[in-house]
Design a protein around this ligand. Sequence first.
Ligand code: SF4
Ligand code: SF4
Length: 189
Amino acid sequence: MNPKLEARETEKYGKGVFMKNNKKPIMGDMVNSKICLECKRCCIFDDKDSYLAPHLSIKESKLIRRYFLEKEEDFYKIKLEKYKKNKKLLRCSFLREANHRCLIYEKRPMECRIWPFVIGKGKNKGSVYLYVVNSDWCPAVIKNKLKSGDAAESVFKFIKVSGFLDEIKRGERYIWPPEDYYIKIKKLI
Ligand code: SF4
Ligand code: SF4
Protein backbone atom coordinates (compact mmCIF):
# COMPACT_ATOMS: atom_id res chain seq x y z
CA MET A 1 0.00 0.00 0.00
CA ASN A 2 1.12 3.54 -0.74
CA PRO A 3 2.72 4.94 2.49
CA LYS A 4 0.61 8.13 2.39
CA LEU A 5 -2.60 6.19 1.92
CA GLU A 6 -1.42 3.81 4.62
CA ALA A 7 -0.82 6.70 7.04
CA ARG A 8 -4.26 8.18 6.23
CA GLU A 9 -5.98 4.83 6.69
CA THR A 10 -4.16 4.21 9.95
CA GLU A 11 -5.15 7.65 11.17
CA LYS A 12 -8.75 7.13 10.09
CA TYR A 13 -9.00 3.76 11.76
CA GLY A 14 -7.38 5.19 14.95
CA LYS A 15 -8.14 4.18 18.51
CA GLY A 16 -11.38 3.75 20.28
CA VAL A 17 -13.36 1.17 18.35
CA PHE A 18 -14.39 -1.87 20.32
CA MET A 19 -13.29 -0.06 23.46
CA LYS A 20 -15.73 0.12 26.32
CA ASN A 21 -16.69 3.78 26.93
CA ASN A 22 -13.79 4.64 24.60
CA LYS A 23 -11.45 4.23 27.56
CA LYS A 24 -10.43 0.68 28.29
CA PRO A 25 -10.26 -2.38 26.07
CA ILE A 26 -12.83 -4.97 27.05
CA MET A 27 -10.31 -7.68 26.38
CA GLY A 28 -6.53 -7.31 26.32
CA ASP A 29 -4.11 -8.94 23.88
CA MET A 30 -3.85 -12.64 24.56
CA VAL A 31 -0.79 -13.48 22.55
CA ASN A 32 2.67 -12.11 23.12
CA SER A 33 3.67 -10.21 19.97
CA LYS A 34 7.19 -11.67 20.17
CA ILE A 35 5.75 -15.17 19.71
CA CYS A 36 3.71 -13.90 16.76
CA LEU A 37 6.62 -12.23 15.02
CA GLU A 38 8.52 -15.52 15.19
CA CYS A 39 5.50 -17.49 13.95
CA LYS A 40 3.97 -15.09 11.37
CA ARG A 41 1.22 -17.53 10.45
CA CYS A 42 -1.74 -15.26 11.06
CA CYS A 43 -3.17 -13.08 8.33
CA ILE A 44 -1.83 -15.28 5.48
CA PHE A 45 -4.07 -17.73 3.69
CA ASP A 46 -3.82 -20.63 1.24
CA ASP A 47 -6.55 -19.62 -1.16
CA LYS A 48 -8.93 -16.79 -1.92
CA ASP A 49 -11.95 -18.72 -0.64
CA SER A 50 -10.37 -19.60 2.70
CA TYR A 51 -12.94 -19.25 5.45
CA LEU A 52 -10.06 -18.39 7.77
CA ALA A 53 -9.88 -14.94 6.16
CA PRO A 54 -11.65 -12.47 8.48
CA HIS A 55 -15.38 -12.01 8.19
CA LEU A 56 -17.11 -8.90 9.43
CA SER A 57 -20.62 -8.23 10.54
CA ILE A 58 -22.55 -5.39 8.89
CA LYS A 59 -21.72 -3.09 11.82
CA GLU A 60 -17.99 -3.81 11.60
CA SER A 61 -18.00 -3.39 7.83
CA LYS A 62 -19.00 0.25 8.28
CA LEU A 63 -15.67 0.92 9.99
CA ILE A 64 -13.63 -0.26 7.04
CA ARG A 65 -13.62 1.17 3.53
CA ARG A 66 -15.75 -0.93 1.25
CA TYR A 67 -13.06 -1.44 -1.36
CA PHE A 68 -11.26 -3.67 1.14
CA LEU A 69 -14.32 -5.90 1.48
CA GLU A 70 -16.34 -8.49 -0.41
CA LYS A 71 -20.01 -9.00 0.38
CA GLU A 72 -21.06 -12.54 1.29
CA GLU A 73 -24.72 -13.12 2.15
CA ASP A 74 -25.35 -11.15 5.35
CA PHE A 75 -21.75 -10.36 6.20
CA TYR A 76 -18.52 -9.16 4.62
CA LYS A 77 -15.13 -10.71 4.06
CA ILE A 78 -11.80 -8.91 3.84
CA LYS A 79 -10.25 -8.99 0.38
CA LEU A 80 -7.03 -10.91 0.02
CA GLU A 81 -3.99 -9.87 -1.98
CA LYS A 82 -0.90 -11.66 -3.23
CA TYR A 83 1.72 -12.30 -0.57
CA LYS A 84 4.89 -11.04 -2.17
CA LYS A 85 7.20 -13.20 -0.06
CA ASN A 86 5.47 -16.39 -1.27
CA LYS A 87 3.37 -16.03 -4.39
CA LYS A 88 1.42 -19.21 -3.64
CA LEU A 89 -0.12 -17.52 -0.62
CA LEU A 90 -2.49 -14.61 -0.08
CA ARG A 91 -2.46 -12.02 2.64
CA CYS A 92 -5.11 -9.90 4.27
CA SER A 93 -5.22 -6.46 2.62
CA PHE A 94 -4.38 -4.94 5.99
CA LEU A 95 -1.24 -6.93 6.64
CA ARG A 96 1.89 -4.88 6.11
CA GLU A 97 4.42 -7.32 4.74
CA ALA A 98 7.51 -5.29 5.68
CA ASN A 99 7.01 -5.66 9.43
CA HIS A 100 4.11 -8.12 9.54
CA ARG A 101 1.86 -5.71 11.36
CA CYS A 102 -1.85 -5.07 11.06
CA LEU A 103 -2.69 -1.62 9.71
CA ILE A 104 -6.02 -1.55 11.53
CA TYR A 105 -4.90 -3.23 14.72
CA GLU A 106 -7.04 -1.02 16.96
CA LYS A 107 -10.08 -1.70 14.78
CA ARG A 108 -9.34 -5.21 13.61
CA PRO A 109 -12.36 -7.45 13.17
CA MET A 110 -13.62 -9.46 16.11
CA GLU A 111 -12.43 -12.70 14.52
CA CYS A 112 -8.88 -11.35 14.55
CA ARG A 113 -9.33 -9.94 18.02
CA ILE A 114 -10.31 -13.25 19.61
CA TRP A 115 -7.89 -15.46 17.62
CA PRO A 116 -6.67 -18.17 18.48
CA PHE A 117 -10.17 -18.57 19.86
CA VAL A 118 -12.80 -19.16 17.20
CA ILE A 119 -16.57 -19.34 17.02
CA GLY A 120 -17.60 -22.62 15.43
CA LYS A 121 -20.60 -24.82 14.81
CA GLY A 122 -21.29 -27.64 17.27
CA LYS A 123 -22.41 -31.18 16.42
CA ASN A 124 -26.05 -30.48 17.29
CA LYS A 125 -27.95 -28.43 14.73
CA GLY A 126 -27.95 -24.73 15.58
CA SER A 127 -25.42 -25.05 18.38
CA VAL A 128 -22.45 -22.69 18.46
CA TYR A 129 -19.34 -23.04 20.61
CA LEU A 130 -16.29 -21.09 21.58
CA TYR A 131 -13.20 -23.11 20.65
CA VAL A 132 -9.48 -22.51 20.71
CA VAL A 133 -7.37 -23.88 17.84
CA ASN A 134 -4.72 -26.43 18.77
CA SER A 135 -1.04 -25.63 19.05
CA ASP A 136 -0.28 -27.01 15.57
CA TRP A 137 -2.15 -23.93 14.37
CA CYS A 138 -1.08 -21.45 16.98
CA PRO A 139 2.01 -22.09 19.11
CA ALA A 140 0.83 -19.45 21.58
CA VAL A 141 -1.98 -21.73 22.77
CA ILE A 142 0.57 -23.86 24.65
CA LYS A 143 3.10 -21.11 25.40
CA ASN A 144 0.48 -18.77 26.85
CA LYS A 145 -1.64 -21.56 28.41
CA LEU A 146 -4.67 -20.13 26.64
CA LYS A 147 -7.06 -23.05 26.91
CA SER A 148 -6.68 -23.37 30.67
CA GLY A 149 -6.05 -19.78 31.79
CA ASP A 150 -8.15 -16.65 32.24
CA ALA A 151 -7.97 -15.88 28.51
CA ALA A 152 -10.89 -18.15 27.64
CA GLU A 153 -13.05 -16.49 30.28
CA SER A 154 -12.15 -12.97 29.08
CA VAL A 155 -12.93 -13.93 25.47
CA PHE A 156 -16.25 -15.36 26.57
CA LYS A 157 -17.11 -12.13 28.41
CA PHE A 158 -15.96 -10.02 25.45
CA ILE A 159 -18.21 -11.95 23.06
CA LYS A 160 -21.21 -11.22 25.26
CA VAL A 161 -20.41 -7.59 26.15
CA SER A 162 -19.38 -6.53 22.64
CA GLY A 163 -22.61 -7.64 20.98
CA PHE A 164 -20.77 -10.35 19.06
CA LEU A 165 -23.16 -13.01 20.43
CA ASP A 166 -26.20 -11.00 19.33
CA GLU A 167 -24.76 -10.74 15.82
CA ILE A 168 -24.28 -14.52 15.77
CA LYS A 169 -27.89 -15.04 16.89
CA ARG A 170 -29.19 -12.64 14.23
CA GLY A 171 -27.17 -14.50 11.58
CA GLU A 172 -25.08 -11.48 10.66
CA ARG A 173 -21.84 -13.24 11.28
CA TYR A 174 -20.12 -16.18 9.70
CA ILE A 175 -19.66 -19.20 11.98
CA TRP A 176 -16.73 -21.45 11.20
CA PRO A 177 -17.36 -25.07 10.20
CA PRO A 178 -16.38 -27.82 12.69
CA GLU A 179 -12.72 -28.87 12.46
CA ASP A 180 -10.53 -31.52 14.11
CA TYR A 181 -8.06 -28.93 15.29
CA TYR A 182 -10.56 -27.12 17.53
CA ILE A 183 -10.52 -27.61 21.29
CA LYS A 184 -13.94 -27.01 22.78
CA ILE A 185 -14.14 -24.30 25.45
CA LYS A 186 -17.76 -23.34 26.07
CA LYS A 187 -21.23 -23.49 24.54
CA LEU A 188 -22.44 -20.09 23.31
CA ILE A 189 -25.79 -21.05 21.78
S1 SF4 B 1 -0.81 -18.38 14.85
FE1 SF4 B 1 -0.70 -17.74 17.00
S2 SF4 B 1 1.49 -17.42 17.48
FE2 SF4 B 1 1.24 -17.51 15.21
S3 SF4 B 1 1.06 -15.37 14.56
FE3 SF4 B 1 -1.01 -16.14 14.90
S4 SF4 B 1 -1.57 -15.68 17.05
FE4 SF4 B 1 0.66 -15.45 16.79
S1 SF4 C 1 -7.32 -7.39 9.87
FE1 SF4 C 1 -5.28 -7.30 10.74
S2 SF4 C 1 -5.21 -8.98 12.26
FE2 SF4 C 1 -6.95 -9.35 10.90
S3 SF4 C 1 -6.17 -10.73 9.30
FE3 SF4 C 1 -5.99 -8.60 8.57
S4 SF4 C 1 -3.90 -7.98 9.11
FE4 SF4 C 1 -4.42 -9.80 10.31
